[in-house]
Design a protein around this ligand. Structure first.
Ligand SMILES: O=C(O)CCC(=O)C(=O)O
Ligand SMILES: [Fe+2]
Length: 238
């Protein structure tokens, strides 16, 4: 299993420790599942742009048979990705708060750090993922208005790598401008790596909340068990 060490923090120190560790996966176990209002309050406190708690958008991620166009709301595994890959500025972090765990103990959260990806990649692949531009879609219905075109890998001012990624059985980022690199091969290489590697896995329990540095790790989940009642509340932190 790929190594990743979540920072385990206590509820009374959660906000302070999470603020001090923006690039870590931070895990906190509360005595009971947080309400939507409590998640909104924590996200408001962790935001770097001012946002009132009631303005924080919280989504419930749970098996919803009536929705057929969302893998997150199905029982299927969710391929490793970053959230908001179609946005010019994806959320730097987001929270997953577990209100109900999977009945069969399935639905592990999966994580792969970007540093593992870069360390595993041949030089031509890193160069392609940094230099070429790729299209990241919001929807698969052919509407490109809300898509983003840019590199997969960037490096920020302090030298830390950042990633943007979404690829699944329906779509892989389309090469818009290869800029002389082996861009299409690099997409295939990264997709294959993420499909075949052994991600860090953690099964969230009811009452646990995890803060994920969205550009420093890709995340997904393993398949849920049949008739799963697992529920997570998800909110992006800007
Ligand atoms: O179900 C999960 O564990 C993760 C869901 C997720 O990553 C998403 O909805 O973007
Ligand atoms: Fe996600």
């Amino acid at each position: 299993m790929i190594d990743l060490v979540p920072l385990h923090v206590q509820p009374d120190e959660f906000v302070r420790r999470a603020q001090a560790a923006p690039d870590d996966v931070v895990l906190c176990r509360f005595s009971r599942p947080l309400t939507q209002a409590e998640v909104q309050e924590y996200v408001s406190q962790l935001s770097s742009v001012p946002v009132a708690p009631e303005e924080v958008d919280v989504r419930a991620i749970t098996h919803t048979p009536s929705v057929t166009d969302s893998t997150a709301l199905s029982l299927d595994r969710l391929a490793l990705h970053t959230d908001g890959a179609f946005l010019a500025e994806p959320p730097p972090r987001f929270v997953l708060s577990c209100t109900r765990t999977d009945d069969g103990g399935e639905g592990a959260s999966t994580f792969v750090p970007v540093d593992f990806i870069v360390d595993s990649a041949p030089g031509w692949a890193v160069e392609s993922l940094e230099r070429a531009s790729f299209r990241f879609l919001k929807t698969y219905d052919g509407d490109l208005t809300d898509s983003y075109v840019g590199p997969v890998l960037t490096t920020d001012h302090d030298g830390a790598r950042r990633i943007r990624w979404r690829a699944d059985h329906l779509y892989r980022p389309e090469v818009v401008d290869a800029r002389g690199t082996r861009a299409a091969e690099a997409v295939a290489w990264l997709h294959e790596l993420l499909e075949t590697c052994d991600p860090f896995r953690y099964v969230l329990q009811a009452g646990e909340l995890v803060v994920i540095p969205n550009r420093r790790v890709v995340h997904g989940r393993t398949a849920l068990s049949d008739a799963s009642h697992r529920e997570l509340l998800r909110a992006w932190i800007f």
